[in-house]
Every structure is written in structure tokens, then in C-alpha cells.
Design a binder for this molecule. Structure first.
Ligand code: DGJ
Length: 730
């Protein structure tokens, strides 16, 4: 049993393999957070609680003589609202009588078998016997608002999931202005927050900041999780590094507007609150209605950031990603985007496919431009009829030709969008998000369809299910190329417009659930101008996501490094592209581009016709190399050996088989040096007493020697040289 309950003291201990999370409900019904950290079993941690009469921290009315009790100083599991806790609130509500108040008191608990589900939202799942759920029920007796706090305990995975459900059990409508998914109070210690900021073509750059007195906020109000911030944050002790030290991860399983807030309080405790962003959010709960918040995945380790990442990587791969492709090796694909952009014909595509097949590629992906009037990004989105004139044939016969080369066929779509210059927009202008009387803001000359409306989702479902039903399409790249504005739905009354942004996300999830459910044989890859929606919510539907529109190998080192903190390597779409690189103009060796791209879902994004004979030969070898290493890369443990943000000489990373039987070392020199000093790295994840052969040279080393003594690389010279070697246990 991972959930231990001391009924008399209303004390709940959630035990995982290496951690304990503990909470209790006091005699007044307030639910305190007691402890989250390394395992302490079910030992009652109330002895750590600290009470003081803290000036200007008020006392709840019915116990006002208890001057050392204030919600302003109590570590809590979820806050109420307007009742004397001035730190970050989990909730903001207004009641039927106009008051802004919620005072939740413990009502009871339930232990449920397996993992709870969240209606309409992606959430982690149990593969059978992995999870137990604790539900804590609370109620605000004055308004009737009920709060259920769910805790999913994945004991062996060291993961605790949380979500909150708010239900109007009263007789009047209640408005939610903020409804966080979880609040995590750390009563003691100093913490840094590591979050992941960025921009288009440079996503998920880790940034580490001490949690201040005041609120550190990151988030997105762009309608998607965004390139600029990622719904994942880490609280790390100041001394925590890759291999040592305490750290907590908190990841939202959500793809829309979000907010992560951290604050160090007057008594030096730290509070982390995360959930849907409260910007322009307002959700009306009629009597009897419930609101489900998105899930949060929490984990703790004292083994450093590397260990925390491996925990998330494994959990997302096994308990978030779903479907036939979850655990399977992926085909090597070639995508025509950087080869042709919009300028292609069916013949050109066939020529790319034919030549790519000769190199060992398995699938051709036809990117943007195959439908409607779509010869540039100024028109055509929404008109999903095949442009046969451009292809010179039907889609069916194009696919047939590709298949005749022995290749599978994949296709690009951007269902959530509409171009103002399209028949769809001319027929249904009201289907786009826009505000009556205002000219909608455009992004990439396109508008966003209002997926909060059932008829829009229904239309998109029939359009894309038809495409997939009528054609032998094995892969879909689902793109989304702008941030939301004018978030006003003509399907909602004025007083409910604060629901539109979340309802949009629910509409996207609904569409994805239907399409991925109906076409399990299709591999869906997510994309939002690269990595603008790289989050656990999307990974529930897409087992891989195009990591970034920046395909420059040297920039990718940082992007893939940052992404690796929370996300599995095999979920990162990464391709070898042509040089000079189209985004940076930089020229890197093909060998280096291969090493970087194969740390992900591997493919190519170039025109094979433009390759030299030597390059073609090298690509043939590269694909064989990827196939040899794919198991290790996809299912092995991943180690960051350098800090790609600050180590300016070289970047190194490694994979080790979970049973210690093999390792793959990767190094790229980012700033070659004259009179260079040696590149020396310590391998990880080997068995100290086992012997390993380096497969290229045949040299033999002990695991201990490679891990504790390290491995010195040959001198690497030239522009951005790369190095890769494999060690096999003998
Ligand atoms: C953005 C994507 O990230 C690119 O790979 C490409 O598919 C373009 N959109 C097409 O418009």
C-alpha cells in the first residue's frame, strides 16, 4: 500500500520508492501540507510544524484567540480565497452573494484503486497495478463550493500526480477567476526555480533564479503552452547540480494558457502554485456543475537534476504517451519542407522519395502546400481539398507511387487554422476567433478557428477522418502556427467569454482523442512552428513533437538539452538538414548533424538531389548507425555530461542501457581551440565491475575506469566536429 492513513490523526502519507508526501487535516478542518522529500515512511511529521503569533497574519474567526494560527503562515495543500492567506492563492472565486471568499474545511477522504481520469483532459494512466489514488474532500460551507483534491501515487515511478475538482454544491452560481491545479508548500529551505524560457527557433532554455520574496511568475497567455515558456518548473536547492542535491519537478499536463508562480514568504517558506492562467479566465459554475483542473506531475529526488529528468522521461514515455507507437522504434523519414518549401510538384516529391529510399529512408512526409490555394503562407488554410493541379495527380496516385518505391507516406496538416483568403473563411467567417466590431489580429496571415464550438470540431473531425480514411497515410504532422488573439467565441454568451481559451483547448483535445482513437495505425507528430506546444498534454496524443524549427545542429544542442530536463529523448523530432543551415547560415559537418539529430525521432529535411556522392554515402552509413543505436537512444537512460548553456568548448551527452550492457557517448565541439586541451568525460550508468569494449577501436575498459577515471577523446579539429562511440559490455 503506497497510501498510509492514520485515521485518528487524519494523517495521510503517500509513499513512493524513494519519497514520502505527507498531509493532515487538523481539528478545525484545515488541510496542512507536512512534508515532501526523501522517504520517511509514515512517521508523523507534525513535530516539524512551526507556530508563531506573526504580526499582521490574521487568525480564522472561530479560533481568533489562537493567535499563533494563521493561514498566512500555514503550509497548505490548496488555499481558499480571501481568508487571511496573503501568499499566492490557488483560487479566486466570487459567490452568489458577490463575496470573494472560500474557506475550505476537510469533509472526508477516499482511497480509489488505480489512477483517476479527468473528463475531457489528458492525464497520466496506470499500466496495471502501478497507481493508487487518494481523494481528500473539502467544502466551503457558506457557499456550498466543494473541493476534491486528487493524488495519484505511482510508487515505483516516484511520481505523485495531482488535480483539483471544484463543484458547486450550493444553490447559486459561483464564478471561478482562478483555479490552480496544485499548490506545493515547502515549509523550510532555500530554493532556486529552474524554468524553461525561449522563443521561436530557440525553445526551452533553462534559466535558474532564486525564488524571491515576492512572486516569480512564468506562463503563457498565448492560447498554447508556447515557445516562450514551458509548463514545467523545478525547485532545486542552491547547491543542486546534475548529479547531487534535492530538487522537485512540477509539470502541467496541459497545452493552453498556464501560470507557474513561486514565492518565498515572510517566514522563509516557499510556495509553488501552478495551473491554468488566470488572465482573462472566468468560469461560471451553475449549481451542481464541476470544473476539473489539468493534472500536475510532481516528483522529488535528492539525486540531482539528472535523476529528476530520468524520472520524468520514463514517466512520460510510459504513463503519458499512448498508442501503437509508444514503445516502437520509429521509421526514418524525409520531410520536403526545407527541400522545397511551397515550391514542389508531384514529380519533385517522387524524385525526393526515390533518392531517399536509396539512402535507406523509410517514409516521405509531404509538408505544407498540397491543398487548396496554398503556394505561400498567405492563403489556403482551411481548404483541405488536394491541389491535384500542383501535384499533377491525385493524392491516392501520389501515395501509390511513393509506395512503389517501397516507402510509406506521411502528410502535414494544420487543422486549427484558417486563412482569411480561403473558401472556408468566406463561407464561415464566424468560425474564426474574432471580436464583433473589431478587425482580428493576424499571425502568419492566418486566423484561429474557434475550437470551443462543437460544430467546428465536428467539421474538422469529418474533414481529417475522411482524409485518413480515404488514403494510406501512415504519419501526420499536426502543425499550429500562431498564438491566439481575439479570444471571443460566438458560441458563448458575453458573460461566459472568460471560458473561451480553456474551451478551445478542450476542443483540440476532443478532436485529437477522436482522430488518434480512430486511426491508431497512424503516427501523429505534434508541431507548433517547431516546439511551441511541446508539453505533456500534447504527448498524450502525439508520441513525438517537432522539437524546433531551428535545425542548426549547434543550436539544437541547446534546444534538445533544455527539452531533456522534462521530456523523453524519443519524443523530440529532430532532422538532419542542408548546409548552410536555413535558419542560421552556419555550415556544420554532416557527421555532426547526424549525431545531434539521432538523439531524437530521426529524419532528414533536405533535397537528396543536391547531395554529393560522398554525402549520400555518409547518409547511408548514418541511417545504419541510427538503426544500430536506436534502442539505446529510445529506451536507455539519458545523461547530460556537460551544461550546454555554459560549457562553451564542447557539449557531451550519453545513453546507457538500463541493464548497464551498453553505452553511447556523444560529443560535439562548439568552439574549436588552437593548442586544445583534452576533452575528458566521465561516463555514467555503467556497471563498475563489468568490462566494456569500445566497438570501433576494440579497446577494453572497466566500467569503474570509464565512470570514475573517465574517457579522453582524440583531438577534434575543424568546424564543429562531432564524436560518437559505443561501449558494449563483454
Ligand atoms: C512550421 C513547421 O514547424 C515547419 O516544419 C513547417 O511544417 C512549416 N510550419 C510549414 O508551414
Amino acid at each position: 500500500m503506497s497510501i498510509a492513513i492514520d485515521k485518528e490523526n487524519r494523517l495521510f502519507s503517500l509513499n513512493t520508492a524513494h519519497t514520502t508526501y505527507q498531509l493532515f487535516a487538523d481539528d478545525n478542518g484545515f488541510v496542512h501540507h507536512l512534508y515532501y522529500g526523501r522517504s520517511i515512511g509514515s512517521f508523523d511529521m507534525r513535530f516539524t510544524e512551526y507556530y508563531s503569533d506573526c504580526g499582521f497574519s490574521p487568525n480564522p474567526g472561530h479560533i481568533h484567540m489562537q493567535r499563533d494560527f494563521s493561514l498566512d503562515t500555514r503550509p497548505q495543500e490548496y488555499t481558499g480565497c480571501g481568508i487571511g492567506d496573503y501568499r499566492i492563492s490557488s483560487l479566486s472565486v466570487s459567490n452568489g452573494d458577490g463575496s470573494y471568499s472560500a474557506d475550505f474545511r476537510y469533509v472526508g477522504f477516499a482511497v480509489l484503486d488505480g489512477k483517476y481520469a479527468i473528463p475531457g483532459l489528458p492525464a497520466s494512466y496506470d499500466n496495471g497495478g502501478e497507481c493508487e489514488t487518494l481523494r481528500i474532500d473539502l467544502k466551503d460551507h457558506a457557499s456550498g463550493l466543494e473541493l476534491a483534491l486528487y493524488y495519484g501515487v505511482f510508487a515505483e515511478k516516484d511520481m505523485i500526480t495531482r488535480c483539483a475538482v471544484l463543484r458547486n454544491g450550493g444553490g447559486n452560481p459561483i464564478k471561478l477567476y482562478k483555479a490552480a491545479s496544485a499548490c506545493l508548500d515547502l515549509p523550510f529551505g532555500k530554493w532556486d526555480m529552474i524554468h524553461f524560457q525561449g522563443r521561436h527557433c530557440m525553445e526551452r532554455m533553462p534559466e535558474r533564479t532564486p525564488v524571491p520574496h515576492g512572486v516569480l511568475t512564468v506562463g503563457s497567455d498565448r492560447g498554447t503552452s508556447s515557445h516562450q515558456h514551458n509548463p514545467f518548473a523545478i525547485l532545486a536547492a542552491p547547491e543542486t547540480c546534475e548529479e547531487f542535491g534535492q530538487c522537485y519537478g512540477a509539470m502541467l499536463v496541459y497545452s493552453g494558457n498556464f501560470k507557474i508562480e513561486a514565492e518565498c514568504s515572510q517566514l522563509q517558506s516557499t510556495r509553488l502554485v501552478l495551473g491554468i492562467s488566470d488572465q482573462r479566465f472566468c468560469w461560471t459554475l451553475e449549481p451542481g456543475e464541476a470544473f476539473h483542473t489539468p493534472e500536475v506531475l510532481l516528483s522529488f529526488t535528492d539525486g540531482g537534476l539528472g535523476s529528476l529528468s530520468r524520472c520524468y522521461q520514463e514517466f512520460l514515455a510510459e504513463n503519458i504517451c499512448r498508442g501503437a507507437y509508444r514503445d516502437t522504434p520509429r521509421q526514418v523519414l524525409i520531410n520536403n519542407w526545407e527541400a522545397t518549401y511551397f515550391n514542389f510538384t508531384g514529380e519533385k516529391l517522387c524524385s525526393i522519395a526515390r533518392q531517399a529510399k536509396e539512402l535507406g529512408v523509410d517514409m516521405l512526409v509531404l509538408d505544407d502546400g498540397w491543398f487548396g490555394k496554398r503556394d505561400s503562407d498567405y492563403s489556403g488554410l482551411g481548404d483541405w481539398d488536394v491541389n491535384e493541379k500542383k501535384l499533377g495527380c491525385t493524392l491516392t496516385s501520389l501515395i501509390q507511387k511513393i509506395q512503389d518505391y517501397g516507402m510509406d507516406f506521411g502528410i502535414w496538416v494544420e487543422p486549427e487554422m484558417v486563412s482569411p483568403d480561403s473558401d472556408l473563411y468566406r463561407t464561415h467567417p464566424d468560425w474564426a476567433l474574432s471580436i464583433p466590431g473589431r478587425t482580428p489580429v493576424q499571425g502568419r496571415s492566418q486566423l484561429v478557428l474557434d475550437l470551443s464550438r462543437e460544430e467546428v470540431v465536428g467539421y474538422l473531425y469529418s474533414c481529417f477522418s475522411n482524409l485518413l480514411r480515404c488514403h494510406e497515410i501512415r504519419y501526420v504532422k499536426w502543425d499550429m502556427n500562431r498564438s491566439l488573439t481575439d479570444v471571443f467565441s460566438r458560441g458563448l454568451p458575453p458573460e461566459r467569454q472568460g471560458e473561451a481559451a480553456h474551451r478551445y483547448v478542450l476542443g483540440v483535445y476532443n478532436l485529437l482523442e477522436r482522430l488518434t482513437g480512430e486511426f491508431p495505425e497512424v503516427l501523429f507528430e505534434g508541431c507548433s512552428g517547431g516546439g511551441g506546444r511541446f508539453d505533456a498534454g500534447m504527448l498524450y496524443y502525439f508520441p513525438q513533437i517537432w522539437c524546433s524549427d531551428d535545425t542548426d545542429a549547434i543550436e539544437r544542442l541547446k534546444i534538445q538539452y533544455g527539452t531533456s530536463f522534462g521530456y523523453p529523448i524519443r519524443t523530440m523530432g529532430s532532422h538532419v538538414s542542408a548546409v548552410p543551415n536555413h535558419q542560421t547560415g552556419r555550415t556544420t559537418p554532416l557527421h555532426t548533424r547526424g549525431i545531434v539529430a539521432m538523439s531524437g525521432s530521426f529524419g532528414y529535411e533536405l533535397d537528396p538531389q543536391k547531395l554529393s556522392r560522398e554525402d549520400k554515402e555518409e547518409i547511408r552509413e548514418q541511417i545504419l548507425t541510427f538503426r544500430r543505436h536506436q534502442d539505446l537512444i529510445f529506451y536507455g537512460d539519458y545523461y547530460r555530461l556537460t551544461n550546454a548553456m555554459t560549457d562553451d568548448y564542447f557539449t557531451a551527452w550519453q545513453f546507457a542501457a538500463k541493464d548497464g550492457s551498453a553505452a553511447l557517448l556523444n560529443v560535439v565541439v562548439v568552439a574549436p581551440k588552437a593548442n586544445p586541451y583534452p576533452i575528458h568525460v566521465h561516463l555514467k550508468g555503467l556497471q563498475p565491475e563489468a568490462m566494456y569494449r569500445e566497438t570501433e577501436s576494440g579497446s577494453v575498459y572497466s566500467g569503474a575506469a570509464l565512470m570514475y577515471g573517465g574517457y579522453t577523446l582524440p583531438i577534434l579539429t575543424g568546424d564543429y566536429p562531432g564524436f560518437q562511440c559505443r561501449f558494449e559490455r563483454i
